[in-house]
Design a protein around this ligand. Structure first.
Ligand SMILES: NC(=O)c1ccc[n+]([C@@H]2O[C@H](COP(=O)([O-])OP(=O)(O)OC[C@H]3O[C@@H](n4cnc5c(N)ncnc54)[C@H](OP(=O)(O)O)[C@@H]3O)[C@@H](O)[C@H]2O)c1
Length: 220
């Protein structure tokens, strides 16, 4: 698949490397051509730096890896408000969180819903905001692979995102529609607060086996 990375920072490079290893082609762009070039070099031979205006044409799936404060500007650069991303799967990884306190910054809604408003007609999926980019690809045992909670309104976009999460060595769990994104984003602040309290968030949620209460398990 041709994956478009919007953002030239740490997360873009980490995801780009992991997906390149899984056999995907990568195009990367941002507000700085120099930083797009550097990010492509860090990712490796599978990656090509492009101008923001080329992203809509060159990517089958777009991953938004932008600092919260730059979301609007970045999506304008790639023609989101003009409908250039219409029909495209757009995966939003933004953490709209005050990193000092863990408080979610949007007073209502979510970063993912802001992305949906700025990328007119795109199929937005919230995903991959909770785990550090350095987590990927997961190389441990299959039974211990991380679960990546995702949400979105388009079934095809959710399936595409779940497949890309599978290529990182993780499993996707669909929470529901994009209106679930605020809760998914709040979880990042919760994780930060647990860490700040001196505990490992891995042990801060209950160990519940869905099979034991008659539910299926997350796949793939
Ligand atoms: N790093 C992780 O492990 C990780 C994991 C999960 C989620 N996230 C989330 O993913 C997003 C990116 O994280 P990161 O670690 O990659 O951050 P980063 O290394 O600081 O990169 C941020 C990116 O946002 C761009 N940006 C900032 N302001 C902008 C603006 N006004 N207009 C256009 N572009 C702008 C930066 O462009 P310039 O370089 O030109 O400033 C850069 O490409 C954040 O929301 C973060 O919370 C990160």
């Amino acid at each position: 698949m041709n994956i478009g990375l919007l953002g030239t920072g740490n997360l873009s490079v980490a995801l780009g490397k992991a997906w390149a290893t899984a056999g995907h082609s990568i195009v990367v762009t941002g507000r700085s051509p120099d930083r797009a070039k550097a990010a492509a070099e860090w990712i490796g031979d599978a990656a090509t730096p492009i101008d923001p205006g080329q992203l809509a044409d060159q990517a089958e799936v777009i991953v938004v890896a932008i600092a919260w404060g730059g979301l609007e500007e970045a999506l304008r650069l790639v023609g989101g408000p003009d409908g250039m991303l219409s029909g495209t799967t757009v995966i939003d990884c933004t953490n709209a969180v005050d990193f000092a306190t863990g408080r979610l910054l949007p007073e209502t809604g979510s970063a993912a819903e802001l992305v949906a408003n700025l990328a007119v007609g795109a199929h937005v999926v919230k995903a991959l905001h909770l785990f550090a980019g350095a987590s990927w690809p997961f190389a441990g045992e299959v039974g211990a692979s991380p679960v990546v909670a995702i949400c979105g309104d388009d079934a095809g976009a959710l399936n595409r995102t779940a497949a890309l999460i599978g290529d990182l060595g993780a499993r996707a769990a669909v929470l529901g529609g994009l209106s679930a994104a605020r809760q998914a984003e709040e979880a990042a602040g919760f994780v930060m607060r647990v860490v700040a309290a001196g505990a490992n968030p891995r042990f801060a949620v209950p160990d519940v086996d869905p099979a034991l209460i008659g539910l299926g398990t997350a796949n793939p």
